[in-house]
Design a protein around this ligand. Structure first.
Ligand code: KG4
Ligand code: ZN
Length: 354
């Protein structure tokens, strides 16, 4: 079997990314990154305090050709050496997804290369394999990003069973909203993470949420492994709005305390549920992926708890945590090898299920 080189394309939110990933022939470590180019739009959206979908899709159109050319160049390869093209089909912002999907379809039509449609969260899950090699299975994987907070059970390579999800805000969304409230700018996750290290994580009493009833919108999910972050966000908002006094309301130390207290609650909820799920489903390891897996406290706690319970834990590198096309290429290779390709009828799907 000759090793395949695949081009991955990711445009689901505010990063235009293209990557070339190759098969290594080593079953334990199946893929290697040849290039992974990410053009971030963070500076454009920062001015508005969050991602503006219309601006995002327009910027993807400006960037996509250059980003793909650069990814091929950095991988020392050309279209003729590739074996397939993988693209994020969804979920995400539809206008943004359409840029990647249209580009990939046009490239596939022009080059004759097979097209592979990838679910964005499958990409995040496979970032763990890209980084660490094949995971011991069954594995429980926590995917925490700006749009999702979900637990998956991976029993076989390429199979993902949804165990639970957030009922309201995603963890990353809560970070971004709290950061906005505190005037820390967009994206909020890295800013809160940085300040939280300077604060007292017990300074402010904030609520933890435990859900025990089934999810009305997804009755097949039992509910007690579900997440909820909107109450926490509201509690931070009350704390901030309830404060009377001089302007600026909070000193730097007080802001650091809010960040630390908020972060402790979020990380504890994430880590507790991941370990609960692993115990219940007899998982032999735990993975954490998605933008929020870049969080320093989450990385520390998942590793510490894993060491204490002698269960191996895996996270991607920081670069593979946030949105990137290498993870899409990896998930694409997995599907391509399973014989699953898409036709030129492929369409973007903003709420694609996994
Ligand atoms: O996976 P991702 O790049 O995009 C989506 O698929 O949503 O995740 C982006 C999210 C944002 O909400 C961002 O604030 C959060 O990940 N994030 C972090 C950190 N770095 C990024 N959250 C907490 N701590 C971080 N260090
Ligand atoms: Zn993502």
């Amino acid at each position: 079997m000759t090793a395949v080189l695949i081009l991955g394309i990711e445009t689901s939110c505010d990063e235009t990314s293209a990557a070339v990933v190759e098969e290594t022939g080593d079953r334990r470590r199946p893929w290697a990154i040849r290039s992974n180019v990410v053009a971030s739009q963070a500076l454009i959206h920062r001015e508005w305090g969050g991602v503006v979908p219309e601006l995002a899709s327009r910027q993807h159109i400006r960037d996509i050709c250059g980003v793909v050319e650069r990814a091929l160049e950095e991988a020392w390869t050309t279209w003729t050496d590739l074996g397939a093209i993988a693209v994020t089909q969804g979920p995400g912002l539809v206008g943004s997804l359409l840029v990647g999907v249209s580009f990939a379809k046009a490239a596939s039509a022009a080059s004759g290369l097979p097209l592979v449609a990838v679910h964005h969260l499958a990409g995040h899950i496979e970032s763990l394999v890209l980084q660490n090699g094949e995971l011991p299975l069954p594995a429980v994987v926590l995917v925490v990003s700006g749009g999702h907070t979900s637990l998956y059970l991976v029993e076989r390579p390429g199979s993902y069973t949804l165990l639970s999800r957030t009922r309201d805000d995603a963890a990353g969304e809560a970070y971004d909203k709290v950061a906005k409230l505190l005037g820390l700018g967009y994206p909020g996750g890295p800013a809160i993470d940085r300040l939280a290290r300077l604060g007292d994580d017990r300074a402010i009493a904030l609520p933890t949420t435990r859900l025990t009833h089934a999810d009305r919108n997804a009755p097949e999910l039992k509910g007690d492994l579900d997440f909820s972050f909107s109450g926490l966000k509201t509690a931070v908002m009350r704390h901030v709005k309830g404060k009377k006094g001089p302007d600026p309301l909070f000193s730097e130390a007080e802001i650091a305390d809010i960040c630390a207290s908020f972060q402790r609650i979020v990380v504890t909820a994430l880590v507790d549920r991941a370990f609960d799920a692993a115990r219940r489903h007899r998982a032999v390891c735990i993975g954490v992926a998605g933008g929020v897996s870049a969080n320093s406290r989450l990385r520390e706690e998942i590793t510490r708890r894993g060491d204490a319970r002698e269960i191996p834990t895996f996270v991607p590198s920081l670069r593979l945590s946030t949105d990137n096309a290498a993870m899409i290429a990896a998930a694409g290779l997995r599907k391509f090898r399973a014989g699953v390709t898409a036709t030129l009828e492929l369409n973007a799907d903003a709420s694609l299920a996994l």
